[in-house]
Design a protein around this ligand. Sequence first.
Ligand SMILES: C[S@@+](CC[C@H](N)C(=O)[O-])C[C@H]1O[C@@H](n2cnc3c(N)ncnc32)[C@H](O)[C@@H]1O
Length: 221
Amino acid sequence: MHDDRWDAVDAYTTGLLQPADPALEAALKDSAVLPNIAVSAPQGQFLHLLARTISARRILEIGTLGGYSAIWMGRALPEGGRLISLELDERRAEVARRNIARAGLDGNVEVRVGPALDSLAQLRADQAEAFDLVFIDADKRNAPEYFSNAVDLSHPGSLIVVDNVVRQGKLIETQSNDPDTDGMRRLIEQMGADRRITPAVIQTVGVKGWDGFALALVLES
Ligand SMILES: C[S@@+](CC[C@H](N)C(=O)[O-])C[C@H]1O[C@@H](n2cnc3c(N)ncnc32)[C@H](O)[C@@H]1O
């Protein structure tokens, strides 16, 4: 399902709200060899705004791809802030590292390669300082496990954002035969039952079609 007006509205608003940005444009150009699954420009700007709203100093991203969303969020960091982004694929991580360096963020943004569940276990074993913002945007079937880890690696007041929960409305299909949709269904059920967070889901449309974000404010970790 798609409506050309969704694209036109994205183009209209980004034309007015996002000045030319050579680093982001180059990141998208160099990511053209990768699947076209990064967040859209308005979504990147939204993540940037969220990070600034909560004065995030430590950000965790699960799912790097070419580093587009990492650049948006990395730019929200204050001096000395840090973003760790987890990516399974070494080749994608290399593209991301180049894009991040060109954006001048290599001092603040680190890409770690490996299955995210392993990288998260390592962060927990290292007793990593709590993250203020976690953005979950990797394989959808593992979203519930990523979310549990995100809460554990957070502090009261942290914000967790999960992308692609609505999946063109497939979220409401009880028998989807799609492990990614099932992952998102389990995630929303889990969020509804987790007394350590306050949840919300918001649907979105735009150049990425019909989808949505789940958000959680961490009350207790
Ligand atoms: C939707 S893309 C991320 C897009 C990126 N956040 C952006 O908006 O620019 C998802 C990424 O997660 C990675 N991924 C998939 N399974 C993973 C896993 N088990 N561990 C870590 N990364 C994984 C994929 O290789 C892919 O690059």
